[in-house]
Write a protein that binds this ligand. Structure first.
Ligand code: HEC
Length: 154
């Protein structure tokens, strides 16, 4: 028993040396997105508290991100999230892609899939009230029209 405990401790210590690269960007990485889609203040606040940690080039890490394997798990989440939607990369999406990203955004908000539950368990402030959900949807539907492809949903 003692031997197994020692081995596990050694394993735990060893994995601490494998640190995933952090998603950190101090620059003005959201300027393109903000300028073009022009979210009102209340929507900006929602995006900041509920979405940017995973869907932008800058994550504000909690202290426990310093501990493996949590750090690996968070890193994978951010990687997957950015592969689907990286708001810091807005300028590099085509009009068609922007239209599609907003359509997906509308869907995940309507279906309350985002922000991820694992995230709102620890980030209470990221939970969306019905009013906040309505505000982000209103902005997203209006903005989607900017990209001029197809009618607005509803
Ligand atoms: C904790 C990280 C996290 C947070 C916070 C988060 N997302 Fe996501 N998001 C993901 C991951 C991971 C995916 C990839 C798909 C999946 O695994 O569910 C994703 C996928 C998406 C997609 C693509 C869905 C599709 O159909 O392909 C959209 C759109 C999206 N998120 C919007 C948002 C919005 C808007 C917010 C804020 C209200 C948000 N997300 C907050 C992690 C997050």
């Amino acid at each position: 028993m003692k031997k197994i405990a020692k081995l596990l401790l050694l394993l735990f210590i060893t994995i601490q040396f494998f640190r995933p690269e952090k998603n950190i960007n101090q620059g003005n990485h959201l300027a393109g997105f903000i300028n073009e889609t022009n979210p009102p203040e209340n929507v900006k606040t929602i995006l900041t508290h509920s979405c940017y940690d995973c869907h932008s080039n800058n994550t504000e890490y909690p202290w426990y991100n310093n501990i493996a394997p949590v750090s690996w798990w968070l890193s994978e989440h951010v990687k997957d999230a950015k592969a689907d939607l990286n708001l810091s990369d807005w300028d590099n999406y085509t009009k068609r892609q922007k239209n599609h990203k907003l359509e997906e955004l509308i869907e995940v908000i309507e279906e309350a899939e985002m922000p991820l539950k694992e995230y709102t368990w620890v980030h209470q402030e990221a939970r969306l009230s019905p009013e906040q959900r309505e505000a982000i949807l209103e902005w997203a539907r209006r903005t989607k029209a900017l990209y001029g492809l197809g009618p607005l949903p509803r």
